[in-house]
Design a protein around this ligand. Structure first.
Ligand SMILES: [Mg+2]
Length: 117
């Protein structure tokens, strides 16, 4: 198993929680709330930045974004594990759905939601 796989991350997170007896707190409800919280922390990294500044993060800002993205991934992996969801399969299915909702020839250069065009 590759250490850069979601499977490895899933097992590592199970062990991390087990060693701390935190699994008792990891209901799907709590994990989804934790995921939303981490997403909020990611958003906070960009709060009040201009569009241009959001591309030009300094080292401290870039590190903060990196850590919050990692938190989002880790809680996503935990929640998917708890609900027995294969994230690669789910993402592939969602990409197919997105391709159906957003045919390139119809939406090129348009940022509207598929229900709006
Ligand atoms: Mg965080």
């Amino acid at each position: 198993m590759s250490v850069d796989s979601l499977e490895w991350l899933t097992i590592a997170m199970r062990e991390f929680a087990k060693e701390r007896e935190w699994d008792q707190f990891h209901s799907p409800k709590n994990l989804s709330m934790a995921l939303a919280g981490e997403t909020g922390e990611l958003l906070d990294c960009f709060r009040w930045l201009t569009e241009e500044a959001s591309y030009q993060l300094d080292a401290q800002q870039a590190q903060a974004v990196k850590e919050e993205l990692a938190d989002v991934l880790l809680f996503t992996v935990c929640l998917a594990d708890k609900l027995d969801i294969n994230l690669f399969e789910a993402a592939q299915e969602k990409m197919l759905k997105n391709e159906s909702h957003y045919p390139a020839d119809r939406v090129k250069g348009c940022a509207k939601k598929y229900t709006e065009y």
